[in-house]
Design a protein around this ligand. Structure first.
Ligand code: BGC
Length: 751
């Protein structure tokens, strides 16, 4: 008996060892046999019901066969409050207050895969409490433009950093039994004319820069659903883009799940059906009755419908529906998620500059907090990414709580807040603290009040930046200037009291040419979630060392950045801005025909990406343009020593080890960054590219051996001639450092 068993076991073990592991996407097919049985029982009408919205935030199941509807929730920074079935207006629920997590650029500033994972778990768990199956996020488009309305939603200007965070966010969400709907696929880098703009981009740039975050989250992370973007790419709308959806997503990446158009982003029946869309959100004018009619007319087949339903049901089967009597029985925001939001916020804050004024010392007995951004809540606004938070600690509240007895904290608004476009009725009495125009000059009375407080204080904390009306979905900023006379104000404050630190509360970069010379310390504080004020106070008072690093470049001036320098933005990319209003029936009543007529009458905006892969620091470094603050920059209250760099090539990886030392007197984190420069290359490359990074925590005085790896896959380029990935063999210079402009050690390897 045993004689036979042993070879059989060996054979089995060998087979298991040789078998190709099942990929995350292949796992989605686990229930295909059962799914096909269900499809066989469905009528054509039932199938087509699944291809479009049922309500504003759901698509239909088949009750008769026990298939639950699919419930969606925005994303990406908190489970959005419950809306009316037919639109985004509040449903007026009381248990739907969620945890407001730090926004995208803040998460990215942590450069932490661990935190991205935890963030995903918090989002995934809160989605379950609300009975939601799919989170409309993460939003992982590359931050191409400093003015981008959704820069704060997106992660980084760099594909490697964005891809790592997108992957771990995805895993975190999906490990909780909730699906992500990664968005906006693809190249949705501007809000200007987003509903009609045609992005003209070369294949290499598309692959190496703009698709990377999607690719990793989908291939390695098994993202179950994908949201095609509003814009066109090389001539075709993303929701009916053969190249993006059928060739790359399903063909090359093996995607088995479903695609869900952005809200109002479906444009035709045949285009969407033939070129890769599963669900029209919202409406049924394309993927409803017209599908049935097209089948009757012989233009489409029922097999195609079956295939789409199969892809949708894979997601439905992978995500267990939350029973109706369990969902929404507890408050959405839970302490565990609040703790995660705080940890992310703590590690996201970037110390841009410090002449020694921070942390706040024990001799500071009176602090003047100046600026409305210290008291404005940032949870709501910005359209889809707004959150009804259970609570939000503002910077002023955080500072007051931390300062405690014995330290007086005074406050003055200093400048007017720009409320932006008003969706509701205009108030009869204008609010004296609201500006009529974004570039309204400093208000003399507010300025005088603020200067008086500054003069009496030991330390001035100036809170500047933007707000969620200025940086918002639906429009891009016109420039990156600080609004509402903030520059005049900070100059006056500094003249009154040079013990001044600035905290920038914004999602994207701002122009600091005026502010920087009058700010001995500058902190990028972000829109930092439910516990943002607590985290900020901990950093300002030195309870923890700041450890965030910029996920994007702060240009000296807007015109330095690539799309501007080349005249690509706004260029001919403006003209279709009616879009946001057009697809919102709750805002503007319009029939599909009227809407189409309006779209047809609009100019046809085009966005040229001739800067190619020279996005962000790739441009600044290659052109040798000095930024205000470089990609990857971020100071601490300690300094770190880098030495003993060793580099080698082993297997299909470049490996480095080095010693990192915390030279300071408190525990602190450092984000170590490894860039690659090509030597004697025959292929065109930017001056350098980020290829690996790691967040390391070291106690005071501690030193540790740190290792980093670059898989060869990440060193490849997209060869336009062969239409495939290629590895260029030759010499690489490895640049190890604390920022893209702070390289500490270099080494060379040959691959
Ligand atoms: C946004 C998406 C969002 C959707 C639903 C759209 O306007 O572009 O990111 O998920 O609305 O709110």
């Amino acid at each position: 008996m045993k004689r036979y068993l042993i070879p059989a076991l060996l054979a089995l073990a060998l087979a298991a060892a040789c078998a190709k592991p099942v990929s995350p996407q292949e796992k989605l097919s686990a229930n295909d046999a059962r799914i096909d049985e269900i499809i066989a029982q469905m009528t054509l009408e039932e199938k087509v019901e699944m291809l479009h919205s049922k309500t504003n935030m759901s698509s239909a199941g088949v009750e008769r066969l026990g298939i639950a509807d699919i419930n969606y929730a925005d994303g990406p920074f908190g489970i959005r409050e419950e809306g009316q079935p037919n639109g985004f207006m509040s449903a007026g629920w009381t248990l739907d207050s969620a945890t407001y997590f730090p926004t995208g650029s803040a998460l990215a500033a942590t450069w932490s895969e661990d935190l991205a994972y935890k963030y995903g778990t918090g989002m995934g768990q809160e989605a379950r409490l609300r009975g939601k199956d799919v989170i409309l996020g993460p939003a992982v488009n590359i931050q191409r433009l400093p003015v981008g309305g959704r820069t704060y939603e997106y992660l980084s200007e760099d594909p490697i950093l964005s891809a790592a965070l997108a992957l771990y966010y995805t895993k975190g969400v999906q490990d909780q039994g909730t699906a992500v709907c990664i968005k906006h696929f693809a190249v949705n880098n501007q809000e200007t004319s987003r509903g009609s703009v045609d992005v003209q981009i070369d294949e290499r740039t598309l692959r190496e820069i703009y698709l990377k975050p999607f690719e990793r989250a989908i291939v390695e992370g098994g993202a179950m659903s994908v949201m095609p973007a509003y814009n066109k790419v090389n001539g075709d709308y993303c929701s009916e883009n053969e190249h993006l959806l059928n060739e790359i997503l399903r063909g090359e990446w093996g995607f088995r799940g479903m695609t869900v158009s952005d809200w109002g982003g479906t444009h035709s029946t045949m285009g969407a059906m033939l070129h890769g869309l599963n669900v029209q959100m919202t409406g049924s004018n394309y993927l409803g009755q017209p599908v049935i009619d097209s089948i009757a007319a012989g233009a489409l087949t029922e097999d195609l419908v079956n295939e789409k339903v199969r892809q949708i049901l894979r997601v439905r089967f992978a995500v267990e529906p939350v029973p109706a009597d369990v969902a929404n029985t507890r408050m959405t925001s839970q302490p565990e998620s609040q703790r995660i939001a705080r940890e992310v916020a703590e590690k996201s804050i970037v110390l841009l500059k410090n002449d020694g004024i921070l942390p706040v010392g024990p001799d500071v007995k009176k602090i003047a907090v100046i600026g409305q951004n210290a008291v404005l809540k940032t949870q709501s606004g910005g359209m889809g990414a707004g959150v009804k938070a259970l609570y939000e600690v503002t910077p002023l509240e955080g500072i007051r709580a931390r300062a405690g007895e014995g330290v007086e904290v005074t406050y003055a608004p200093g400048y007017k807040n720009y409320p932006g476009f008003r969706w509701g009725p205009v108030p009869a009495e204008p609010d004296p603290l609201e500006a009529a125009a974004i570039n309204e000059p400093a208000d003399p009375a507010l300025l005088a009040e603020a200067v008086a407080l500054a003069r009496e204080a030991d330390l001035v904390l100036f809170f500047g930046g933007t707000n969620k009306s200025i940086e918002t979905e639906g429009s891009d900023r016109k420039d990156i200037k600080l609004p509402c006379g903030q520059e005049t104000l900070v100059q006056a404050l500094y003249a009154a009291n040079p013990n001044l630190a600035t905290v920038l509360v914004s999602g994207g970069p701002t122009d600091l040419q005026v502010l920087e010379p009058v700010s001995p310390a500058i902190v990028q504080g972000w829109w930092n979630g439910t516990e943002g004020g607590t985290a900020l106070a901990e950093v300002l008072f030195g309870d923890i060392a700041p450890s965030g690093k910029l996920p994007f470049t702060f240009p000296v001036k807007l015109e330095d950045s690539p799309a501007y320098a080349l005249g690509n933005f706004p260029g001919n990319s403006a003209g279709g801005d009616l879009f946001t209003l057009m697809f919102r029936p709750d805002v503007l009543k319009m029939t599909p025909a009227e809407r189409q007529a309006l779209i047809d009458a609009l100019p046809k905006p085009v966005s040229q990406y001739t800067e190619r892969f020279y996005v962000g620091y790739r441009w600044f470094d290659t052109k040798e343009i000095k930024p205000m603050f470089a990609f990857g920059h971020g100071l601490s209250y300690v300094t770190f020593g880098y030495d003993r760099l060793k580099a080698s090539v082993s297997g299909r990886k470049v490996k480095v080890t080095f010693r990192l030392t915390n030279e300071g007197e408190m525990e602190a984190d450092e984000v170590v960054q490894l860039y690659v420069r090509r030597i004697d290359s025959s292929v065109e490359w930017p001056a350098k590219e980020l290829k690996a990074f790691k967040r390391v925590t070291l106690k005071a005085g501690e030193c540790r051996k740190v290792s980093l790896e670059i898989p060869f896959e990440d060193l490849r380029y997209w060869n336009e001639e062969t239409g495939a990935w290629d590895l260029e063999h030759g010499k690489l210079q490895l640049l190890l450092g604390a920022a893209s402009d702070d390289i500490r050690q270099t080494a060379e390897v040959t691959i």
